[in-house]
Design a protein around this ligand. Structure first.
Ligand code: PLP
Length: 387
């Protein structure tokens, strides 16, 4: 990249695709492709089988009890909008939604829309200086009016891993449902929905080494059943007449129209590929890369790491005194190092930390110790432009 070996440290924005995914997509297009469900011909049946097998792969990946608990969506964003839109239809003005200050805009704006449209009250779970959630404040915020708690499994800026099982336990005791945004957690943490006990869990394909325009919503049977349809169209109905429509059961109720067939098959291939690696070993590898970066950059008085929660995921977000985050990212790109800069779709969090932007390096299993060293070296060189 720019005459240097590529050091890709932007996997939290989108991950690179393994050969297994590229091959699965090609095979699905070349070998056996048709629309799903509708046909009674061989190609349609084969495609349907591959598509439903991918749904089962997602269910296994999340330790769901049934593939019927997995709804295909166009990404993490659509999955959260689906839940929020459904919840909105039974909200009373004054009902409360709890979100944390570290949420991605995808897990904020759909709830803001409920505030605008249905008179919901948004309450914010504060984030402490080290990037951990203030669990005491959270417990205080819960009350009889809390309908939903919407929190991220892992912050895409701070790397913080939230104590989701505790969050769920407290919410359920208060009679609220919990949506967990797993767009990062499903990649870097343990996305065991039964262990977490959450009502809904959201993942996005392109950060899990799969294609874009595919995601999944997990829900318990009861939580999915509580939601009305999201969009209307083919395949989500039981029957339609001139004056009446009845809807299919979940998950089909939420899958109007031709679904992202190839993308679902590609995501299934990505999860199958990723699952061949030992999860604990991947996490240990990523943690070692973060430690390496911190060692290389320790003691620099011009550098501030944003988010230092114990045991956090391998995301290194930082500011450089006297330099704009975008300039740092652009100079690092000249050294072949791809990092992201800006608000990272988490403006309330930036505001919480008094920042207008920051730079982020995010690691995945394919990154190496050499990548960590190249990042540290490029950052030190980039900073010299501002001295
Ligand atoms: C990327 C991301 C999203 C949004 O996912 P899309 O793929 O853009 O729909 C939501 N939450 C978090 C934490 C993310 O990192």
């Amino acid at each position: 990249m720019n005459g240097k070996p590529l050091v890709y440290l932007d996997s939290a924005a989108s991950a690179q695709k393994p050969r297994a995914v590229i091959d699965a997509l090609t095979a699905a297009m070349e070998g056996s492709y048709a629309n799903v469900h509708r046909g009674l011909h061989t190609l349609a049946n084969e495609t349907t089988e591959a598509f439903e097998a991918a749904r089962e792969t997602v269910a296994r990946y999340l330790n769901a009890t049934s593939a019927d608990q997995i709804v295909w969506t166009r990404g993490g964003t659509e999955a959260i909008n689906l839940v929020a839109a459904g919840v909105g239809q039974s909200l009373q003005p004054g009902d409360e939604i709890l979100v944390s200050q570290m949420e991605h805009h995808s897990n904020i704006v759909p709830w803001h829309m409920l505030r605008e449209r249905h008179g919901a009250v948004l309450k914010w779970i504060p984030v402490k200086d080290d990037g951990t959630l203030d669990m005491e404040a959270y417990a205080e915020l819960l009350g009889p009016k809390t309908r939903v708690v919407a929190v991220t499994h892992m912050s895409n800026v701070l790397g913080t891993l939230n104590p989701v099982a505790d969050i769920v336990r407290l919410a359920h005791a208060a009679g609220a449902r919990v949506l967990v945004d797993g767009c990062q957690g499903a990649v870097h943490a343990d996305p065991d929905v039964q262990a977490m006990g959450c009502d809904w869990y959201v993942l996005t394909g392109h950060k899990l080494f799969g294609p874009t325009a595919i995601g999944a919503l997990y829900g318990t049977a009861e939580a999915l059943e509580s939601l009305p349809p999201y969009q209307g169209g083919g395949e989500m109905i039981q029957s339609v007449s001139e004056d009446r429509v009845t809807y299919a059961k979940p998950p089909q109720r939420f899958e109007a129209g031709t679904p992202p067939i190839l993308e679902a098959i590609g995501l299934g291939a990505a999860l199958t590929w990723y699952s061949t690696y030992d999860r604990a070993a991947v996490q240990a590898h990523e943690a070692a890369l973060l430690e390496r970066v911190r060692e290389r950059l320790s003691g620099l008085n011009w550098l501030t790491e944003i988010g230092t929660a114990p045991g956090k995921g391998a995301i290194f977000t930082f500011t450089v005194d006297g330099a704009h985050a975008h300039d740092i990212a652009q100079i690092m790109d000249r050294y072949g190092v791809a990092v992201r800069a800006g608000l990272h779709c988490a403006e309330p969090l930036a505001t919480r930390f008094g920042l207008t932007s920051s730079t982020r390096a995010s690691f995945a299993l394919y990154n190496t110790v050499e990548d960590a060293d190249a990042f540290a070296a490029a950052l030190i060189k980039a900073r010299e432009f501002f001295v």
